[in-house]
Design a protein around this ligand. Structure first.
Ligand code: SOE
Length: 387
């Protein structure tokens, strides 16, 4: 292995673009312990992947991920394909001794996720790193919120509200893309964005969701089969097919230690484009965050005099805030893509230091168990179900 990490990206959709910019940017913004080379991008369509390589700055492009994983001149495999292919690619890459970063969800089923976690544990013994891409953990305001909570600033967590709301399926013309098909996506809003909410609550509080009660529902059951992929929604033709995943999931979770958490994941929240909101209430204070205003963290301190209490808006862009050392002067704001660069930073540092950064594949298994328990609960008339 050379000192440079040579990266292969498998997949080239929305997440391919996000990860490409991160591989391009992180080494230019942060002092990384290893150099990075964007070696090869892999996709099924030769023309489309050639275009992606040119546009996003990859040295080479290829159509067969197995050939790429077998190459000696690749050190890191970054997986951004739909969930149903994660297990096969990740396990093959780990067995070939490649470090792996895998987009969420870890897999579409608990069984596949467990196989991946087992492969990651075996690879770790040989110094190979595996990391899961729940990227929002690396939004500076959320990393800061986690630190505040870990320091005891809000006291004991007593109640939690988390919601991930989008509205791109309100449009009845939005086609039947892979995200709406169970065989590829595993689940709908529940798996795609509900998983983020569950991971985030567990990351922020340090408490696992132990049992759930909830319902999932599919609001529009038939859609035009996608003929052209554009962004996440695409365009449909004249033929229709069945939507086989949920559009909305609403559930309650019981956290370790007893606190209750409410969760909502929906693609039908008219007017909400990408609102991931979370509020953690403790006996000494609270934190509140909304991704649509992602540089701001609201902090409430109950330990000050009553007359001074109120949510304080903290603009999380000071040089001392997490990940801000590489970016702009205070107040110059970060966006959605920055968290992906922070993910690359932590991954490269983890590889150099021989320790896998969280979230681990085991963390991913745990989230999949919670999501599977929500589906089971919904099938059982919202009965409380252990994760
Ligand atoms: C689409 O719903 C999506 O792109 C998710 O797949 C991502 O994980 C989330 O970050 C934004 O929305």
């Amino acid at each position: 292995m050379t000192d440079t990490l040579r990266v292969a990206l498998i997949g080239y959709g929305f997440m391919g673009a996000a990860h490409s910019q991160a591989w391009r940017t992180a080494p230019r913004v942060f002092e990384l312990p290893r150099d990075v080379e964007m070696s090869v991008i892999v996709g099924r369509s030769a023309d489309a992947v050639a275009n992606a390589a040119r546009k996003w700055g990859w040295n080479e492009h290829a159509t067969d991920w197995r050939e790429v994983i077998a190459r000696d001149d690749i050190d890191v495999v970054d997986i951004v394909t739909p969930g149903h292919s994660h297990a096969e690619i990740a396990i093959a890459a780990l067995e070939a001794g490649k470090h792996v970063i895998c987009e969420k969800p870890l897999a579409n089923t608990v069984e596949d996720a467990e196989r991946m976690a087992e492969a990651a544990r075996a690879a770790a013994e040989k110094g190979v790193v595996a990391m899961l891409g729940f990227t929002y953990r690396r939004v500076p305001a959320l990393t800061r919120a986690r630190d505040l909570i870990a320091e005891g600033r809000i006291g004991t967590v007593q109640q939690v509200r988390a919601a991930y709301r989008q509205d791109w399926l309100v449009d009845p013309e939005a086609p039947l893309s892979w995200r709406l098909q169970k065989d590829q996506a595993g689940a709908g809003a529940l798996g795609d964005i509900g998983g983020h909410a569950v991971d985030l609550v567990q990351f922020l509080t340090g408490l696992e969701v132990e049992s759930v009660s909830g319902v999932v529902d599919t609001i529009v059951k038939q859609r035009a089969i996608e003929t052209e992929r554009v962004g996440i929604a695409g365009r449909g033709g004249d033929e229709y097919g069945e939507v086989t995943v949920d559009d909305v999931a609403i559930f309650t979770g019981r956290l370790a230690g007893g606190a209750l958490a409410s969760f909502e994941a929906t693609r039908f929240a008219t007017g909400r484009k990408n609102e991931l909101s979370v509020e953690i209430s403790g006996d000494k204070g609270a934190i509140s965050f909304n991704l649509e205003r992602m540089n701001e963290l609201f902090v409430y301190d109950r330990t000050v005099a009553d007359v001074d209490q109120g949510f304080t808006r903290v603009v999380v862009t000071e040089p001392a805030h997490p990940y801000l050392e590489g970016w702009w002067p205070a107040g110059h704001m970060l966006g959605y893509e920055h968290a992906f660069s922070h993910q690359v930073k932590d991954l490269v540092e983890g590889i150099a230091g021989g320790a896998a950064p969280r979230p681990s594949f085991d963390d991913g298994v745990q989230v999949q168990r919670v999501l599977a328990a929500v589906e089971q609960s919904s099938a059982d008339d919202a009965r409380w179900t252990r994760a």
